[in-house]
Every structure is written in structure tokens, then in C-alpha cells.
Design a protein around this ligand. Structure first.
Ligand code: GRF
Length: 321
């Protein structure tokens, strides 16, 4: 697989979930590594543990700083560490919309309830008061609404007779430490999972007008136009001819553009075997910083270059709205 995904973990206190992520990352097959532990409290206990394990740390108190200013500094620390993802683990701060937007799909959080139940604080007390039979824990994507992003995984924890918030929290924590490393690992792994990548490409390609899928030499491909006379505008290529890449092949305007792009951005583009000779470029998909909007733009451009006029005309009209 490609390089390990780089994770910055944000904490505010004890950092037991951070420790769980960190130690799990030391298993030989971990798909991620922890490149930074950052806190909004220089006294956060977890910082010491991380430092002792040789993980870079960053601490900046939020006191006396505006929210935007503090967020920007924390975010910068994550960027400086080369983080691909941020894992919030007991980070007790409401984030600015801007910060959340910048890390859309790349920021996860762990929350001690079975979301959508009980966002916010006092989750265990609320579950007990409601007479629930289970409490639990969720790992979810972070969106600007508090604890409301897509849930990626959960574990239920039985609520016993005479349970107190403290006794429940203690058992939920065992579950947290199992859940977070697993969910984070699965989440980052899918970025290099060919079947996940193929599904995404298929969805984008077939969303363009008058397209259909047709295999070509064992490779999934998409054509614009009728079943009979359609022309290929995209192929999906998974580690063909000894290459390390899972890639989308799309049409450039010709060899000049292709070679310029490959030279200027070798992390993003390559010249594929065979297809490269006729101006098809490889857009590398198995990399953490992949931007799906960019992939969509290439698909549309390539589609436009072969699609029948009737279809592109419709698209132009749609674009005006
Ligand atoms: C955990 O219960 C987590 O679910 C919540 O904050 C707590 C953090 O604990 N978001 P720790 O700092 O990881 O020990």
C-alpha cells in the first residue's frame, strides 16, 4: 500500500484515546501513524505520554486568544506536521466553521454516546435518566453541527442496575479504546482500497449525461454517447504493468500538456503505459490528499472532449443555472 496516513491527534486532558490510537499505530500493519499530538492546554496529561513515546507535541492555551486565532494556530501545527487527518480525542473546543470546512472528510471525533442520541455533554447521565438499556460510544466525521457528522462506527455498552455515570463511563472507555483505532484504520485504509476508489469513480462517471460503462482489456472504462458508437473518456487502472498506482486515466489535449503536468506534479499525475502514448494521463487516486472535486473536473473535461454535441449542449445549459 501507499505510505501510511499521517494523523494529528487533538486532546484537552488525559488523552487515553490518543494513547489507544498511538499504541495501535505501532502494530506492524497499521495503516496510519501519529505525527503530532496537540492540546489547547499545556498541562494536558496526554502530552507527556506522547512525548515519552517520541511523538512530536504542540500545546497552545486558548486563553486570551480569539477562537479563530486559536483554531488557525492549531491547524497550522497539524499542517506543519504534514497531517492528512485530524483525530479529535477528548478535544473540548467548539471549532470554527472554517477549520471544519478545511478538514472536511478528514477530521474524526469520538463521542461517548450512541449518536444521534445525546450529542454534547453529560451523555452517561442522560442515558441513565432516560432509562436506556445501553450507552456506548461513536466515532463520527466532524461537521459544523456539534456531534452530528456521519457515524463511522459504534459500540454499545450495557447499562446495569444501579449504574452511575462514573461506572458507565469507565466501561465505555474500554469500548472507546477498541473502537477508535479500528474505525480510524478502516477509514484511512479505504483511500487506498481499489474497490472503494472504483465505486467512487463509477458514480462520478455515470453521473455525466449519456454515459455507460464498458470493460476494455479487463479494465473498467466509461464511454460517452450511444452503446453503439460511444467513445471512451475514462478508464480505471489498478496497479497495471507494475505501477504502484490506482489511477483514473483521462484525456489531455495532447502530449505537451501531459508531459508538463507529469513534470510539474509528479505526486498527482503520471504517464501510463500504452495509453500515455495517445495523450491519456494517469491521475493518481491512492493518495491521502486526493481531491474528489478535482477528479470530477477531469472526468467532465475528458467527457466533453468526446461526448456528442447534443449531450454537451445540455450540460452547457445546465451550467448556466
Ligand atoms: C472520552 O470519553 C471521549 O469519548 C470524549 O472525551 C473523553 C476523552 O477521554 N470525547 P481521554 O482524554 O481520551 O481519556
Amino acid at each position: 500500500m501507499a505510505d501510511k496516513a499521517r494523523i494529528a491527534v487533538f486532546i484537552s486532558g488525559r488523552g487515553s484515546n490518543m494513547a489507544a490510537l498511538l499504541y495501535a499505530s505501532q502494530l506492524p500493519d497499521s495503516p496510519y501513524e501519529v505525527v503530532l499530538v496537540a492540546a489547547n492546554d499545556p498541562e494536558a496529561q496526554g502530552l507527556e505520554l506522547a512525548a515519552a513515546e517520541g511523538v512530536p507535541t504542540f500545546a497552545l492555551s486558548h486563553k486570551g486568544l480569539g477562537r479563530a486565532e486559536h483554531d488557525a494556530a492549531m491547524e497550522q501545527a497539524a499542517r506543519d506536521a504534514g497531517a492528512d487527518y485530524i483525530a479529535l480525542a477528548g478535544y473540548m473546543r467548539i471549532l470554527t466553521e472554517r477549520f471544519v470546512e478545511n478538514w472536511q472528510g478528514r477530521m474524526l471525533n469520538i463521542h461517548p454516546s450512541l449518536l444521534p442520541k445525546y450529542p454534547g455533554l453529560d451523555t452517561h447521565q442522560r442515558a441513565i435518566d432516560a432509562g436506556d438499556r445501553h450507552g456506548g460510544v461513536s466515532v463520527h466525521l466532524v461537521t459544523s453541527e456539534l456531534d452530528a457528522g456521519e457515524v463511522l462506527g459504534q459500540i454499545r455498552v450495557k447499562i446495569r442496575d444501579g449504574e452511575t455515570p462514573g461506572s458507565l463511563a469507565e466501561r465505555v472507555r474500554f469500548a472507546e479504546h477498541q473502537l477508535y483505532p479500528r474505525v480510524l484504520g478502516d477509514y484511512v485504509r479505504r483511500e487506498s482500497d481499489p474497490s472503494y476508489l472504483l465505486d467512487k469513480i463509477r458514480e462520478l462517471a455515470l453521473a455525466l449525461p449519456q454515459t455507460h460503462e464498458r470493460e476494455s482489456h479487463g479494465t473498467p472504462g466509461w464511454r460517452a454517447g450511444s452503446e453503439k458508437s460511444g467513445k471512451y473518456f475514462a478508464y480505471f487502472s489498478d496497479r497495471h504493468h507494475g505501477s504502484d498506482y490506482t489511477a483514473l486515466l483521462v484525456k489531455t489535449s495532447g502530449m505537451d500538456e501531459l508531459l508538463d503536468l507529469v513534470e510539474a506534479q509528479p505526486q498527482t499525475y503520471f504517464k501510463p503505459a500504452y495509453y500515455g502514448a495517445s495523450g491519456w494521463i494517469g491521475l493518481i487516486l491512492n493518495r491521502p490528499e486526493l481531491d474528489w472535486e478535482h477528479v470530477g473536473e477531469w472526468l467532465e473535461r475528458s467527457w466533453r472532449s468526446v461526448a456528442p454535441k447534443s449531450a454537451t449542449k445540455l450540460m452547457n445549459v445546465a451550467d448556466e443555472f
